[in-house]
Design a protein. Structure first.
Lengths: 309, 465
C-alpha cells in the first residue's frame, strides 16, 4: 500500500517538534475551561437531580397548555420539544421540586390523558453523587493497578508518560463535551472508561517498541532516534486500529442521528472525541514526554554517581 | 501435509464457522423432545438491561432496624429476599445491588420489562413489620390480642411459600419455615396453645389469625415448617405470602428514586447498535482485505470465530446483562481483537523486510508480537477486573464484557489465528505479495541524515548488554 510505505518512511521528528504539539491541546483545554467557567457542563438528569416528565402530542396548543399548567405550580421548570418519528411532538418537562414532586407527577398524569403520557423519570441528585464518587475511586484504583503493572514491565518514566497521556485524553473529552454543549449522562462514564482503555493500549504499543529498540541498541542510537523510530513504525498500526473502531462509531452516530436516538449520540460522541485525543497523544505527546523524563532521570542518575565518586 | 489437504481443511473450517454463525440466529425445538434451543442472538436480546429494554428503576434508602447488629449482613439478606421475590414472579432479569457504604446503604433495583413504576411496589411488597402475637383462645378479632405480647417477628422467618392445599387440591395454602431461633420460639408457644388462634400482624394491622391445629406442634418438630390452610385461591395465597415475605426484610426501606424508562428507546437503540456493528464489521473486513490481502482473509475468519465465541459467552453467563456501557465494552474489545491482528501482520512485514523468507517471517512475526499483545491486553484485563470488583451496576457490566472480550481475543489471536496462518503457509509458502508485503531494502528511518535502525536484530544475540 503506497500510503503505508510513505508513512513508514516518514522523516518527521516527533520528539524535536515536541513543544509545538502541546499548543493545540492547551488551546482546547483553555477554551474548555473558559466555557466551563461561564456555562458549566451540560449535565443530564442523573447529575443535576430533579424530575423529567415526557409527553407526546400533536396538537398546536399543547405547549401553551403545558406552560399554563406548569406555571400554576410556582416552581422553576424547562420545556424542550423534539419531533418524534411518528410525526408528533415530544415534550420534556424538567423541574426540580423536592417535596412536591410526587403530587406534581400525579397531577400531570391526570392532566394528560394516558395515551399521550410517555414517562415520568424522577432522580435525586444525592443518589448520583454517591455513584459518581464510587466510580471515581474505582477508576483511581484501576489506574494504580495499571501503574504497578507498568512498573513491573516497563520503565517508571514510561509509566508516568502513559498516565499523563491518559489524563490528557480524559481532559480533552471533558473540554470538548463542554465546548460542544453535549449533555453528560450516565453513559459518559462508560465512554471515559472506553477511552482510557484505548489510551493505555496505544501508549503501551509505542513503549513496547521503545523497550525492544533500547534493548537491541547496537548502533548507539540516541534516545530521540529510538523514540522517533518507535512512533514511526507503529504509525501504520495506530491509524488502522483507530480507523476500524472509528468506522463502527461513526456508523453508530450517523444511524443515531437519523433515528433521533439522542442517548446513543451522547454515548458515541465522547468516545469519538477520545479516540482522536488518544491517537494524538500517543503520536505526538508521549514521545517528547518520555524523552524529557528519561533525560531527567539519566541526569540525576549521573549526578548521583558523580557525587558518590 | 500438502496444498490440497490444507485447502480442504480450510473449507471444513469455513463450513463449521458458517454453521456456528447460523446457530447463533436460529431458534427451534429438538424433534421428539421438549428441549428448546435458543440461539445466542435471542438469548442476549432477552438479557437487555433497563437502559435498552425499558423498565423500572427503584432505589431504596436503607434504615437499620432497632436491634440491628450487622447491617451489612442484614442488607445482603434483604437483597437476596428481594431477588427471590422478583424471580418468583417472573422478573428473571432483574438486578438488585447494594450501593453506598456502612451505615448509609442503598438498595438499587432494576427490573427490565416492567411497564409501570407502581408494579414494583406490587412485586416486592411494601416493606412491613410482621409480628406474631401471643395466641388467644377467644376469637379472631384484632381487639382480643395484646399488642405488646409479640413472641416472634419477621426475623424469625426463613421463608414463605405458596403450596397446594393437602386437603383440597383445587385450593392453596401458605407454608412458613423458620430460622433455628424462630423455630424454638414458635414451638414453645404452639405446644400449649392447641385450638387457640394465633394472630399475624403486619404494620400493626391484623392480616390473619389462623387456628392452631393439633398436629402443628408435631409437624414443626419434623421439618420445621408450618402450613396455613384456609381455602385460599391462587391469587389470595400469593398476596398473603407476599405480605408475610415483605415482613422478612430485616431492614427498613424508604423509596428515594423511582423511574420508568420507556421501551421505545430500547428497540431503536438495539436496532441502531446492530446496524452499526454489522456495517462496522463489514468496513473492518474490507479494510483488512485491502491492506493485508490473504492475511486479511485470515484475520476476518478469526474475527468471525472470535465474535461467535464472544457472543456465546455473553449469552450463557448469567451475570452479564446487555446495557449501553456493555455495548461500549463489546465495540472496544472487537477493536482490540483487530488491533492484535494488525500488530501481528505489521510485525511479519518487518521481519520479512529484515531479510527473512515469507514462512520464517510469518512464524517470527507471531512469536515477536506475543509480548506486545500480552502487555496491551493484560493491562486492559487488570483495569477491567479492578473496575469489576469495585463498582456496581452498568460500570460492572462494562468491565465484565471488556475483560471477557479481551480474554477471548487473546485466546483467538494467539492460538486460532496462529494455527490458521500456519495452515495458510501450506497453501502459500513463499509468495509474500499475496499478503501485500513487498520487499523494500531501504527500510530505515532517517533522522537528520543519520541511519539509526538496527537492521538485523537477529544477529544481536551476543551484542546486547
Amino acid at each position: 500500500m503506497k500510503l503505508g510505505e510513505k508513512l513508514r518512511n516518514t522523516k518527521f521528528n516527533f520528539v524535536r517538534n515536541g513543544r509545538w504539539f502541546f499548543i493545540a491541546p492547551a488551546v482546547i483545554l483553555l477554551v474548555g475551561i473558559i466555557i466551563l467557567a461561564v456555562l458549566g457542563f451540560n449535565l443530564g438528569l442523573e447529575f443535576t437531580g430533579g424530575t423529567i416528565v415526557s409527553v407526546s402530542a400533536d396538537g398546536e396548543h399543547v405547549k401553551a397548555q403545558i406552560t399554563e399548567k406548569m406555571n400554576s405550580y410556582d416552581i422553576k421548570y424547562t420545556i424542550t420539544e423534539e419531533q418524534n418519528t411518528s410525526g408528533g411532538t415530544n415534550y420534556s418537562i424538567k423541574f426540580n421540586a423536592t417535596d412536591k414532586t410526587e403530587d406534581i407527577i400525579k397531577d400531570l398524569h391526570e392532566y394528560f390523558n394516558t395515551e399521550d403520557w410517555n414517562s415520568a423519570e424522577s432522580i435525586q441528585a444525592s443518589t448520583t453523587n454517591e455513584t459518581i464518587m464510587g466510580v471515581f475511586w474505582s477508576i483511581l484504583a484501576a489506574l494504580a493497578g495499571l501503574i504497578v503493572y507498568m512498573l513491573i514491565r516497563f520503565k517508571f518514566t514510561a509509566g508516568i508518560a502513559t498516565v499523563l497521556a491518559l489524563a490528557h485524553d480524559v481532559l480533552m473529552i471533558c473540554a470538548l463535551m463542554a465546548i460542544f454543549r453535549i449533555e453528560i449522562n450516565a453513559s459518559f462514564i462508560a465512554a471515559i472508561l472506553t477511552v482510557m482503555a484505548y489510551s493505555i493500549n496505544n501508549s503501551l504499543v509505542v513503549f513496547d517498541r521503545v523497550r525492544s529498540l533500547e534493548k537491541n541498541n547496537i548502533n548507539n542510537d540516541t534516545l530521540e532516534q529510538i523514540v522517533n523510530c518507535s512512533i514511526t513504525r507503529t504509525l501504520g498500526r495506530s491509524i488502522l486500529t483507530v480507523g476500524t473502531t472509528l468506522a463502527t462509531l461513526l456508523v453508530l452516530t450517523v444511524i443515531s442521528i437519523a433515528m433521533q436516538l439522542s442517548s446513543l449520540i451522547q454515548f458515541a460522541l465522547p468516545i469519538i472525541f477520545g479516540l482522536f485525543a488518544g491517537t494524538y497523544s500517543s503520536l505526538f505527546l508521549i514521545g517528547p514526554m518520555y524523552k524529557q523524563f528519561e533525560t531527567a532521570r539519566l541526569y540525576t542518575k549521573q549526578r548521583k554517581t558523580a557525587k558518590s565518586n | 501435509m500438502n496444498k490440497t489437504r490444507a485447502i480442504i481443511k480450510y473449507c471444513v473450517i469455513c463450513v463449521i464457522v458458517a454453521l456456528a454463525v447460523t446457530l447463533c440466529f436460529v431458534e427451534f425445538t429438538f424433534p421428539f423432545t421438549n428441549v428448546k434451543y435458543v440461539g445466542c442472538y435471542q438469548a442476549i436480546k432477552n438479557k437487555m438491561g433497563i437502559d435498552l429494554n425499558g423498565g423500572v428503576l427503584a432505589v431504596y434508602t436503607v434504615s437499620p432496624s432497632e436491634n440491628s447488629t450487622n447491617l451489612e449482613d442484614e442488607v445482603n439478606a434483604t437483597i437476596n429476599r428481594i431477588k427471590n421475590t422478583l424471580s418468583k414472579q417472573g422478573y428473571l432479569e432483574s438486578t438488585v445491588t447494594r450501593q453506598g457504604t456502612n451505615p448509609n446503604y442503598k438498595i438499587r433495583i432494576e427490573v427490565p420489562g416492567m411497564s409501570n413504576t407502581e408494579d414494583i411496589m406490587d412485586a416486592i411488597g411494601t416493606p412491613a413489620n410482621i409480628e406474631f402475637l401471643e395466641p388467644n383462645a377467644d376469637q379472631s378479632s384484632a381487639q382480643n390480642y395484646d399488642e405488646t405480647k409479640v413472641f416472634l417477628t419477621g426475623e424469625g422467618l426463613a421463608g414463605v411459600k405458596v403450596v397446594s392445599d393437602p386437603e383440597d387440591a383445587a385450593k392453596y395454602a401458605i407454608q412458613l419455615s423458620f430460622t433455628d431461633e424462630g423455630k424454638t420460639k414458635f414451638r414453645e408457644k404452639v405446644k400449649t396453645a392447641n385450638g387457640q388462634y394465633m394472630a399475624i400482624f403486619s404494620n400493626k394491622t391484623l392480616i390473619s389469625a389462623p387456628k392452631i391445629s393439633e398436629d402443628n406442634a408435631s409437624t414443626l418438630g419434623s421439618d420445621g415448617k408450618v402450613l396455613i390452610t384456609g381455602q385460599y385461591d391462587k391469587d389470595g395465597a400469593e398476596s398473603f405470602a407476599l405480605q408475610i415475605e415483605s415482613g422478612m426484610y430485616t431492614v427498613g426501606l424508604d423509596i428515594s428514586q423511582m423511574s420508568y424508562i420507556p421501551a421505545t428507546l430500547g428497540e431503536g437503540a438495539i436496532k441502531a447498535g446492530l446496524i452499526a456493528l454489522a456495517v462496522g464489521l463489514l468496513i473492518i473486513f474490507i479494510l483488512m482485505m485491502v491492506v493485508y490481502r490473504d492475511f486479511g482473509l485470515i484475520a476476518n475468519l478469526s474475527l468471525i470465530i472470535y465474535t461467535v465465541i464472544f457472543v456465546f459467552f455473553l449469552a450463557i453467563i448469567d451475570s452479564i446483562q446487555l446495557t449501553l456501557p456493555g455495548i461500549a465494552g463489546i465495540i472496544l474489545s472487537i477493536g482490540m481483537a483487530v488491533d492484535a491482528y494488525i500488530l501481528i501482520f505489521e510485525q511479519i512485514k518487518e521481519e520479512y523486510r529484515s531479510g527473512k523468507r515469507f514462512a520464517a517471517a510469518t512464524h517470527a512475526g507471531f512469536n515477536k508480537s506475543i509480548i506486545t499483545i500480552l502487555d496491551a491486553n493484560v493491562t486492559t484485563i487488570i483495569v477491567s477486573l479492578i473496575l469489576y470488583l469495585l463498582s456496581s451496576g452498568s460500570i460492572r457490566g462494562f468491565a465484565i464484557t471488556l475483560a471477557l472480550g479481551v480474554g477471548i481475543s487473546m485466546f483467538v489471536g494467539l492460538l486460532i489465528t496462529r494455527a490458521l496462518a500456519k495452515l495458510y503457509l501450506y497453501i502459500n509458502p513463499d509468495n509474500a505479495k499475496r499478503a501485500n508485503i513487498k520487499f523494500k531494502p531501504t527500510d530505515e528511518v532517517v533522522v537528520e541524515n543519520k541511519s539509526v535502525i538496527p537492521q538485523k536484530r537477529k544477529l544481536n544475540m551476543g551484542g546486547a548488554k
